[in-house]
Design a protein around this ligand. Structure first.
Ligand code: SF4
Length: 382
């Protein structure tokens, strides 16, 4: 049995999140949302594997049309992940059980409109459509105003952003929400969720290490974070984010269930402390926004090609799309984000260039060698 915090109930379709209920497991479809057959098949595979909630991405009116049909064809509890166009919530909410918004993206869209007004819109839509909300804060896309107040503490910036949105929703009398605070480093996930849970013990938490990457490293990072948090009763639903090809996407749920079973039985395996002084490859789990399916193979190839650099404390990020890729690679020493025909290569926030899928590995190697050479002999602290 897992120890639980007494968080409040939040109903998401047929499942209820919160301290009085089992920890729910969720995953996300990586198929194109408009490919209805493939998305329904993947949603069902996730459900059969033990997934309680299935997330899909929606970016356009045609995605919304597809979503309506997906809803008809699967009994899965569905969640939609909104990007910057928060107003799409009005058309997706009738077809789903929960809507996730990112406060950082909300900040960027319609800058002239005050954020509280946008939150009111989302709360009204959710209420009118019997939906829950998730305030999904990501370290890579925190509201810049809040980030500016905490230039040296990005964990606190995440926590403050989440707390701000909880206060906005509370003021509207809307309580049917959960919060997530995600980063690709398990230490930050542990810190952020621990601080948030201390400040808001009543709010259910969705746990995840974002862009954890390819197994087994992606599983290790996730396990390190989940063991620390769930063993203290923190966490009401989990998502394991792994870079996997589409036919294996449901394995995220199997891994999540295994971690829950192990913690419940007192089998703590993590404690290989996640090393900060070695090469760290992060890669997104992919979703319908991937425009070239070579992304998963590329992430695997980057891992294999960089084995020689294991002893260097550098981070390489490999992201699947132009929506989150440009921002989520900013903190990495070297970042790759994939377009339909080319891959963009970055050094921190600076763009190095755009390269074909066949040439990117060679170019990455050149950049990696140059970084190692430039840093050799110095003590690297991250
Ligand atoms: S980076 Fe893009 S493709 Fe990858 S999970 Fe995020 S939105 Fe999907």
């Amino acid at each position: 049995m897992l120890k639980r915090r007494p968080t409040r109930d939040v109903k998401v379709g047929a499942v209820t999140l919160g301290g009085r209920h089992p920890v729910a497991v969720q995953s996300m479809c990586a198929t194109r949302t408009q490919d209805i057959d493939a998305t329904v098949e993947q949603a069902e595979a996730i459900r059969r594997a033990g997934g309680d909630i299935v997330r899909v991405a929606v970016d356009s009116a045609r995605d919304v049309e597809a979503l309506a049909e997906i809803r008809r064809q699967t009994p899965a509890n569905l969640v939609v992940d909104l990007q910057e166009n928060y107003r799409l919530a009005a058309s997706v909410a009738p077809h789903v059980d929960k809507v996730r918004y990112n406060p950082g993206h909300l900040y960027h869209h319609e800058r002239d409109k005050p954020v509280p007004e946008k939150v009111r819109f989302l709360a009204d839509v959710a209420r009118d459509n019997d939906c829950a909300l998730r305030v999904g804060v990501n370290c890579g896309s925190v509201d810049p105003e809040i980030k500016g107040r905490h230039p040296d503490d990005d964990v606190q910036a995440m926590v403050e952003s989440a707390l701000q949105h909880c206060a906005l929703l509370d003021d509207l009398g809307f309580e049917r929400y959960v919060v997530s605070l995600k980063d690709s480093h398990p230490r930050k996930v542990i810190e952020a969720n621990t601080r948030f849970a201390a400040a808001r013990p009543d709010v259910p938490l969705h746990l995840g290490v974002t862009e954890a990457g390819i197994p087994p490293e992606g599983i290790i990072k996730t396990r390190v974070a989940f063991e620390q948090l769930l063993s203290r009763g923190i966490g009401d639903t989990i998502r394991v984010s792994l870079t996997l090809p589409n036919p294996r996407k449901h394995e995220e749920v199997l891994v999540g269930r295994q971690i829950l079973d192990d913690i419940g039985a007192g089998r703590f395996r993590s404690v290989p402390v996640f090393d900060d002084d070695r090469l760290n490859i992060i890669s997104c789990p992919s979703c319908s926004r991937v425009e070239n399916e070579r992304f998963v193979d590329l992430a695997q190839a980057v891992k294999e090609m960089t084995v020689y650099a294991q002893q260097h404390a550098l981070t390489i990020a490999v992201m699947g799309c132009r929506v989150n890729g440009p921002g989520e690679t900013d903190d990495a020493d070297l970042g790759l984000w994939c377009g339909p025909t080319h891959v963009n290569l970055k050094r921190k926030t600076e763009t190095v260039g755009v390269f074909g899928y066949d040439e990117i590995l060679g170019r990455l190697r050149t950049e990696l060698d140059a970084l190692i050479e430039a840093r050799s002999g110095s003590v690297l602290v991250r």
